[in-house]
Design a protein around this ligand. Structure first.
Ligand SMILES: [Zn+2]
Length: 474
């Protein structure tokens, strides 16, 4: 209690001093017993491999988990058993159906006057089948293809050779991914035969980076594949020497309806069980790797954090709901299904956060709160500081499956992992367990446990609108 009073007095002093010039940087106080629980959680998280054991189990026992596949169904059963074993309540599967897409064959062969060479490619999610042989038209960027005259690409295979810029926060991927989503549509509209993009990854290995095309259907869509970065360079060098023809073959299996689902487990709150702190990751993965960093890590981090809070002597006031979303990769279907199925409950969602950016150390906490709730964001940020986490802005995205709840009024938190090398592995055959560092994973769990516990235990309303401004002159 004494610590609380001193902290409150300090806040008041700081606030009063700052009021002369700028709005006071108010930090909401955290009572001493709550702070003690935060410290206990952090210590426990930093000493536990519970999250590692979860991602090790999922990636070893199930392996790749393509959305809508038998493997994804097995992952749901695995997750139900894992959540029950960890003492979660109300464990259930919330089913939904998705359009199924699986690549069966993908081959690209360069044909020039003096050589035939294979290019390493992967068919992009949602691509139609292809069996074409055509001249290649190279573009340095997606924008260049958009600006190109249709007659310059008609009947050709367009090749977007746009690199992805390496950044800590994934901004380079955000920009680079546009070509994956749009190339098929733009190419088809201009009469091109197919689309090949330089992999939307930052790796230099000879494999291609998978991903969805997120094409607006039923607009015409050209068959689309990604080529490995070294093969993109090779193709560019060949094109510098003269015209190049490529034979592209893609075979796919599709079904209108396949089964997917979200797996849900809860730590029911002791005083306000209807108020929900929503955290989670996605259970599905692309099929080239075993989905360790994308997103076995998110499943493990959020589950392990909630389990640590469950193990406290007293449960927090509000309910912690862990959602392991299905079918994120092929169109964020799990997030959409959740928003649809829980519409009536969203007003009771206190805050949401999804971990879907790997397992490197978290370096920043961003919020998306009402202006009046910023003191709560600062209090959480202060509690995270011992974990080497900086205070971020109030523009949190929240993660793919929960960001759809943002326009519906649900406050967001984003604990940003260092993404510097994330796109070297993500969506590639190299997304495997060995890329996860145990110590960094523990720090992730400590950060989630801190934020989730404070949100569940404190009486904070993250929707709170801006306070009435304090009088500036007296
Ligand atoms: Zn993901």
């Amino acid at each position: 209690m004494r610590t609380y009073l001193i902290a409150a007095a300090l806040v008041l002093i700081v606030a009063t001093a700052a009021a002369q010039t700028a709005p006071p940087p108010v930090v909401a106080p955290i009572p001493a017993p709550v702070q003690a629980s935060v410290e206990r959680l952090q210590k426990a998280a930093l000493a536990s491999d519970a999250a590692y054991d979860i991602v090790e189990g999922l990636t070893t026992e199930i392996g790749p988990r393509l959305a809508g596949s038998e493997a994804e169904a097995k992952a749901r059963e695995w997750a139900v058993a894992m959540l029950r074993r960890n003492g979660f309540q109300n464990v259930r599967i919330e089913p939904f159906t998705i359009p199924y897409w699986e690549r069966k064959v993908e081959r690209a062969t360069v044909i020039t006057s003096n050589s035939r060479q294979n290019l390493v490619v992967v068919a992009l999610g949602g691509s139609p089948a292809a069996n074409v042989e055509a001249e290649v038209a190279r573009f340095a960027s997606m924008a260049a293809l958009t600006d190109a005259a249709p007659e310059s690409v008609r009947g050709k295979i367009v090749f977007i050779d746009e690199p992805t810029i390496r950044t800590q926060d994934g901004a380079g991927y955000g920009a680079g991914v546009a070509k994956r989503g749009q190339c098929g549509t733009v190419a088809a509209a201009k009469g091109a035969a197919a689309c090949i993009i330089r992999s939307v990854g930052t790796h230099s290995h000879r494999f291609a980076h998978q991903g969805g095309t997120s094409a607006p259907r039923p607009a015409p869509f050209a068959p689309s594949a990604a080529v490995s970065p070294p093969d993109a360079d090779q193709l560019t060098r060949l094109l510098a020497r003269g015209p190049v023809r490529v034979k592209l073959e893609i075979a796919v299996e599709t079904r209108a309806n396949a089964q997917s689902g979200n797996v849900v487990g809860e730590i029911v709150g002791r005083e306000r069980p209807d108020e929900i702190i929503l955290i989670g990751g996605h259970l599905d993965s692309w099929d080239q790797g075993t989905g360790a960093i994308d997103d076995g890590a998110g499943v493990a981090i959020t589950t392990a954090a909630a389990k640590l809070i469950r193990d406290l002597p007293r449960r927090p006031r509000r309910t912690i709901r862990v959602v392991l979303f299905g079918a994120e990769e092929t169109g964020v279907h799990g997030g959409a299904a959740y928003a649809r199925d829980h519409t009536g409950e969203l007003a009771k969602h206190v805050v949401a956060a999804e971990s879907d950016f790997g397992a490197r150390e978290i370096y920043r906490m961003r919020s998306r709160f009402g202006e009046g709730a910023l003191p709560y964001a600062r209090a959480i940020q202060r509690a995270l500081a011992p974990l080497r986490i900086n205070a971020g802005d109030n523009l949190a995205n929240g993660g793919p499956d929960v960001s759809g709840l943002r326009p519906l009024g649900v406050p967001m938190v984003e604990l940003s992992q260092n993404g510097w090398d994330y796109f070297d592995y993500h969506h590639t055959p190299d997304d495997t367990l060995d890329k996860i560092d145990r110590a960094e994973l523990r720090q992730n769990v400590a950060a989630y446990a801190t934020f989730v516990y404070l949100a569940a235990e404190m009486d904070w309303d993250f929707r709170k609108a801006a306070d009435t401004p304090a009088p500036t002159a007296r």
